[in-house]
Design a protein around this ligand. Structure first.
Ligand code: UT7
Length: 312
């Protein structure tokens, strides 16, 4: 028996901020942003909507999509670096709002690899028969920690939430292999500074990401007993199209077999991989039985990847 995703949901804020909008706010250009990052627009949450609001909406949608009731959930894991406040956790807030009275609840901090850490943690509890269902949410309101005076970072990020209900799936479906990792010595390259803003050494993160995404993706394929030729679709963390392209090329996949949701949403950190998965499912690009590789990296530094056969 494997653990796999049995329901998905997301919450994407309505407000679209285009590169042209950013040109009016800072010394940047649509051309620079598109060619250096692949981003065309991003969504920004309204002032009255905090991360917990986005997380609740995404979770509600995922539970409905899974066809279970909230009180069947044994554990809620919310991956985020932008909780409403340090405590109570978003997981506890939405546990109450969802009526998930039987669920333990905690937030998880692994930056952009958070959703991968969440999926892999959920897998352990399900395959050990501890819980039947685990709710994993990735949510960020990065706009509230963005320094809008810093063009190096302000053009990159967006807000949003994704949620997955994990449960038992058939033998040949679900998460087949995983890799999680961290290198705390790289924490200085991407962090929240004392002013509360994102601070980043883009070039260092870029080098790390190019190396790690390709390596982790190849590792999980091998651990699952497959070759890169067997992969049907790649869902990389949506941070920079050039980083994503290098991972795709290492796997030898054609362009149409990788998600490029980054164009519409920018980098939504913990929400990025789940959101990209939903985007491609809705576009009809992922089918039952497809071999997927999901791979992310982020501040910490952290990374995580899974090989997954799609379906229940
Ligand atoms: O989820 C994980 C989060 N982070 C990442 O994944 C980030 C990884 N890194 C990157 O994506 C890239 O390093 C960036 C997109 C952040 C930057 O791209 P780059 O090709 O590494 O640019 P750079 O930092 O080498 O800067 C090149 C130039 C600089 O000008 P000078 O010094 O050459 O005159 C920057 O000042 O581009 C300038 N620049 C900009 N120009 C217009 C930096 N940001 C902007 C901007 N608009 N927004």
């Amino acid at each position: 028996m494997n653990a796999g995703i049995i329901g998905l949901g997301r919450c994407i804020p309505n407000r679209v901020v285009t590169n042209a909008d950013l040109e009016k706010m800072m010394d940047t250009s649509d051309e620079w942003i598109r060619t250096r990052t692949g981003i065309e627009e991003r969504r920004i949450a309204s002032d009255e909507h905090n991360s917990s609001h986005l997380a609740f909406e995404a979770a509600k949608n995922a539970i409905a999509n899974a066809g279970i009731s909230a009180d069947q959930i044994g554990l809620i894991l919310v991956a985020t670096v932008t909780p409403d406040r340090p405590f109570p956790s978003i997981a506890c807030m939405i546990q109450d709002q969802l009526g998930a009275h039987n669920a333990a609840a905690m937030d998880l901090s692994a930056a952009c690899a958070g959703f991968m850490y969440g999926l892999v943690t959920a897998k352990q509890f399900i395959e050990s028969n501890t819980y039947d269902y685990v709710l994993v949410v990735g949510v960020e309101k990065l706009s509230k920690i963005t320094n809008w005076e810093d063009r190096n970072t302000a053009v990159l990020f967006g807000d949003g939430a994704c949620a997955a209900v994990m449960g038992k799936v058939s033998e040949n479906r679900g998460i087949l292999s995983f890799e999680l990792g961290a290198d705390g010595s790289g924490g200085k390259h991407l962090f929240q500074n004392d002013a509360g803003h994102i601070e980043m050494n883009g070039r260092e993160v870029f080098k790390f990401a190019v190396r790690q995404m390709g390596e982790s993706a190849l590792n999980v394929i091998e651990k699952a007993g497959y070759n890169k030729e067997d992969v049907d679709f790649l869902i990389p963390h949506q941070a920079n199209i050039r980083i994503m392209e290098s991972a795709r090329q290492r796997l030898g996949l054609p362009e149409e077999k990788m998600s490029t949701a980054i164009k519409k949403y920018g980098n939504t950190s913990s929400a990025s991989i789940g959101n990209a998965l939903i985007e491609e499912l809705e576009a009809g690009k992922i089918h039952d039985g497809d071999l997927l590789v999901l791979v992310g990296f982020g501040g910490g530094l952290t990374w995580g990847a899974v090989a997954m056969r799609w379906g229940k």
